[in-house]
Design a binder for this molecule. Structure first.
Ligand code: HEM
Length: 480
């Protein structure tokens, strides 16, 4: 093992490859700036050196990667305040003022509480209904008629749901389409490892240079589109006066009196953090249900049983227990984000005989945590039953990452600790509601026979999507 002494003490840094002695050179020679190559490098490093390794990051601070569930619990949860910091971001650009890039402190806490209370008070049920009212007919029009590729329809429906929470109801379809296109375009131009604070500034600039013209044009168009939506919220709407229009995220930002740049950045973050992650999770869940016809059948029956129960109300949260189990099991196997956003610490931290120096970039590989055989029986199998009463995952808080009384992380698709995703509860509600409706209305059948009917290969990225978008045969249920 190649242990290096940290300047500040006797403990060594976590192990890593020897070329780290030549930090910048190593950076350039070894790393190609994509998540896929990072994942490949980390797999080798963890196999050679164990669950806590260091790479040299931008500047003179190491980037530490943690793959151990226990170490994740001890750092993110037990030492939560120490690990709640983020490495400094560029103060300009779309991410400059987001909650995720705001330093841990009073502004972060204000913005996070504002988002949390907006999401808790939002009329999620009615926004969901409007999105489903668009999605179901568009699926119906293709059902019973050969192969359907629902991925784009999922993305449009989920985007429109979150847009109504962010900008208010009634945003015109062409504006939604334009905004979604801008998100796709801007994300395609992002330098992935830059988003993880893993690139030296000069390399990051070099990567952006060839696309900076397109990037800045797309950002400007995004700003214009979002500012128009923000201005619309400042106009009293005649039709809705008196009826009391529903508050949206933009209203809360206007009440905080934030400057335009900050509002645009926060709206970008809201839509960016919410839409692609949730629609990707939905696609993975439906793919699983296409493969596992028995689970789909069981889910349909469980939903029907719960629905016909006289106490059932569509939006009271009392959904089929198997529905929740299916969503959790799919998130365990297919978390949309394979890494958290970069964390950092405000002091030197001693962990398992190593030191994590103050200011290091600290990240967590969460995808393997949910598939750890030490924590889950038959970890690669899709067994939603494990989340039902009496099962090994029953009672697990997916937003915290652990089960009651367990002092370790078992899965953390939303992160854990103080920086854990503030949108997790809404995301779960959206997923359950979409899946419930999609399974009630349609039978989702594989295209052709055999195991290869659905290709579950992953496409690594900031969000890990299906490499081959889902294709399925849809049959409208007669009594759905
Ligand atoms: C399935 C859907 C989602 C997944 C898998 C997901 C996952 C994550 C993860 C892994 C993080 C990083 C946590 C960390 O760095 O420790 C995060 C942060 C964040 N997410 Fe989500 N998220 C989802 C949906 C949403 C939604 C619906 C919203 C808002 C409407 C949202 C807003 C945010 C914000 C603002 C942060 C930054 C929090 C902070 O730095 O304090 N996410 N999310």
């Amino acid at each position: 093992k190649h242990h290096r002494k940290c300047d500040s003490g006797a403990n060594p840094l976590p192990p890593g490859p020897p070329w780290q002695h030549l930090p910048r050179l190593g950076n350039l020679l070894y790393r190609c700036p994509t998540i896929a190559s990072l994942a490949d490098v980390l797999q080798h490093l963890h196999a050679a050196y164990g669950p806590v390794v260091s790479l040299w990051a931008a500047g003179n601070k190491p980037a530490i990667f943690i793959a151990s569930r226990d170490a994740a619990y001890r750092t993110l949860v037990r030492a939560g305040a120490t690990f709640a910091h983020r490495p400094p971001s560029w103060p300009f650009g779309l991410n400059g003022h987001g909650i995720n890039s705001t330093p841990y402190g009073s502004r972060w806490s204000l913005l996070r509480r504002n988002l949390g209370s907006h999401l808790a008070a939002a009329d999620v049920a009615s926004a969901l209904q409007s999105s489903l009212d668009k999605l179901v007919p568009s699926l119906e029009s293709e059902a019973d008629d050969g192969v359907v590729a629902p991925s784009e329809m999922f993305r449009a429906a989920v985007f429109s749901f979150f847009a109504s929470l962010c900008f208010g109801e009634g945003v015109a379809e062409d504006v939604l389409w334009k905004l979604r296109g801008l998100h796709t375009e801007i994300l395609s131009l992002v330098v992935e490892l830059g988003a993880f604070h893993l690139m030296p500034p000069f390399l990051e600039v070099a990567c952006y240079l060839p696309k900076c013209w397109r990037f800045s044009k797309a950002q400007k168009r995004h700003r214009v589109t979002v500012m128009a939506l923000i201005s619309a919220r400042q106009q009293p709407n005649r039709e809705e006066v008196g009826a009391g229009r529903r508050r949206c995220y933009v209203d809360t930002l206007l009440e905080l009196g934030l400057p335009d740049e900050e509002m645009v950045s926060l709206c970008w973050e809201f839509m960016n953090a919410a839409a692609k992650t949730t629609s990707t999770a939905l696609e993975w869940i439906m793919a699983r249900l296409v493969i596992h016809q028995d689970k789909q059948q069981k889910l349909w029956k469980d939903i029907a049983g719960t629905r016909f129960n006289e106490n059932y109300m569509a939006d009271d949260g009392r959904r089929s227990p198997f529905l929740e189990a299916v969503v959790l099991e799919a998130l365990r196997l297919h978390p949309p984000a394979h890494y958290l956003l970069a964390h950092t610490t405000d002091k030197d931290v001693y962990l398992d005989g190593y030191v994590i120096p103050k200011g290091s970039v600290v990240n967590y590989g969460l995808a393997d945590m949910g598939r750890d055989a030490a924590s889950w029986t038959s970890p690669d199998e899709f067994l939603p039953e494990r989340f039902l009463e009496g099962g090994e995952g029953y009672g697990l808080s997916v937003t915290a990452g652990c089960s009651n009384g367990n002092k370790t992380i078992r899965m953390m698709p939303f992160g854990s600790g103080r920086r854990a995703c503030p949108g997790a509860d809404v995301a779960l509600t959206v997923l359950k509601s979409f899946v419930e409706n999609l399974v009630t209305r349609f039978e989702w059948k594989p295209v052709g026979d055999g195991d290869g009917a659905v290709d579950m290969e992953e496409k690594p990225g900031l969000v890990t999507e299906m490499k081959t978008p889902l294709r399925t045969c849809l049959l409208v249920r007669q009594h759905g």
